[in-house]
Design a binder for this molecule. Structure first.
Ligand code: SF4
Length: 454
């Protein structure tokens, strides 16, 4: 569907069915970016949720966060309050900042679209919970580009799947169902630089094995790349590695379509971007003679969605500071810096003077680097309240609805090529992130027009 039609204003409180009514069919799971859309949910009389026909431990675990009707009380400085009072205090915090950080950002398209103008009014920096791995992927893409593939293309074309330092089912339990399900096409799966994924051993029509599981990833990719460019295996001193990789090059040459799959978050920091760039270079070399593409497994908790939306709204990906009406002297209206604007660094160096933390899917812990005396606004899953506690700085907590559980919405799938529509399975009465962000934005704009802004 066109993104322009994605909803940006609703309270997320529409009732889908009474709590005693079982079953939302073909429900799309929002708890990982595979976005499986074949699930039937059951809403039990006591408000708990289950998906008994779906074998996914990650989904089962996520649903335990929705065990009953959630507490819906906002708080100021750990004391219960009403929504209007919480919003008023949050506006005071935002009015008092010169450079806040909007972090976490675990939300949907409507949430980030509503947060963006609020950030622009505050001169806020935007980063995500998974900003480190998103920054590595963004940097590699910006520097040299990439041949990307999709779940559908892997299913339809790939006869060779190379998993680089990745065992997909550990984090994405239904990965093989999603990319290979419904097809009898024979596949070869080669795990490079890691153990073979145990889940791959149960696949029909697929052979799997691993090579060089303990190899240094940088050496491995350097030699693989050189072999792709025509160097002979005999020219390398590490004969075990070069021979194994020479055999891999032959397998790639013989394949019709190779999918190279990796997880940015599983690559060693701080130079994950260099590894991704090397993979992209290898895939480009393969495409001179046959077909290949990369598939990055990541973008969890709305990271991919927020990265896409911030990019189309500002022209820059995450870790961008957006414009404000009353800017700090000498600063440009838009500024992207993947290293400087990392959440951990900003909080450790105290370059930000407030944090607005968004965690709508699950209660994500606040950053460890957050000092007790930095003002905090949390738009979060109701259970976030227990993670905040008493602080010395002004602190506002507003519980929000979860996309795909309490309200509909839109999120990007793991391959970035599909925007999936989420359907609510249980109403909660909680406001959406978009609703709260719009309220804050309007109130801030009104007070600025009235000249009350410092
Ligand atoms: S694999 Fe991911 S999207 Fe699919 S059911 Fe499990 S958690 Fe949900």
């Amino acid at each position: 569907m066109p993104l322009s039609s994605a909803p940006t204003s609703n309270t997320g409180t529409q009732a889908i069915r009474s709590p005693a009514t079982p079953g939302v069919h073909d429900w799309t799971c929002p708890f990982c970016p595979l976005l499986c859309d074949d699930i039937t949910t059951i809403v039990h009389d006591d408000g708990t949720l289950s998906a008994p026909d779906t074998n996914c431990p990650r989904l089962t675990n996520a649903l335990t966060w929705f065990t009953e009707t959630p507490a819906s009380t906002p708080s100021i400085d750990d004391t219960d309050t009403d929504l209007d009072s919480a919003l008023t205090r949050a506006i005071e915090i935002l009015q008092g900042t010169k450079r806040p950080l909007f972090g976490g950002l675990a939300t949907d398209v409507a949430g980030v679209r509503a947060l963006y103008p609020l950030a622009a009014d505050c001169g806020a920096i935007l980063d995500h919970l998974h900003g480190d791995s998103m920054a590595a992927s963004n940097a590699a893409l910006q520097d040299r580009g990439a041949f990307l593939t999709t779940l559908s293309e892997v299913r339809a074309r790939a006869d060779l799947l190379i998993m680089f330092r990745s065992t997909p089912s550990a984090k994405y339990p239904r990965f093989y169902e999603r990319v290979l399900g419904g097809s009898n096409q024979p596949r070869n799966l080669i795990f490079v630089g890691c153990d073979a994924d145990p889940a791959a051993g149960n696949l029909e029509n697929a052979n799997s094995h691993c090579i060089l599981k303990d190899a240094d990833p940088f050496d491995l990719l350097a030699i693989w790349s050189a072999l792709m460019e025509g160097r002979g295996a005999a020219s390398f001193s590490d004969t075990n590695m070069s021979q194994a990789l020479a055999a891999l090059v032959e397998r790639v040459s013989a394949a019709r379509y190779t999918a190279v799959i990796y997880e940015p978050a599983a690559l060693p920091e701080p130079h994950a971007a260099l590894l991704i760039e090397a993979l992209n270079r290898i895939v480009k070399a393969i495409n001179r003679t046959t077909r290949a593409g990369t598939l990055a497994l990541g973008g969890d908790d709305g990271a991919l969605t927020v990265n896409q939306a911030v990019t189309w709204l500002s022209g820059f990906p995450l870790r961008t500071r957006v414009s404000m009406l009353t800017r700090l002297p000498g600063e440009p209206p838009l500024d992207h810096d993947a290293l400087r604007y990392a959440t951990k660094r900003l909080l450790e160096t105290r370059e930000v003077d407030a944090l607005l933390w968004v965690s709508a899917y699950q209660p994500e812990p606040l950053p460890q680097a957050l000092a007790d005396d930095i003002p905090l606004i949390v738009l979060g899953h109701p259970a976030m309240r227990n993670l905040i506690g008493k602080r010395s700085a002004p602190t506002v907590f507003i519980p929000v609805a979860t996309p795909g559980i309490n309200h509909g919405g839109h999120v990007f799938r793991i391959d970035g090529s599909v925007v999936a529509s989420l359907t609510a399975t249980r109403a909660s009465g909680l406001p959406t992130v978009a609703f709260i962000a719009e309220r804050l934005h309007k109130a801030l704009a009104t007070s600025a027009n009235a000249g009350s802004r410092p």
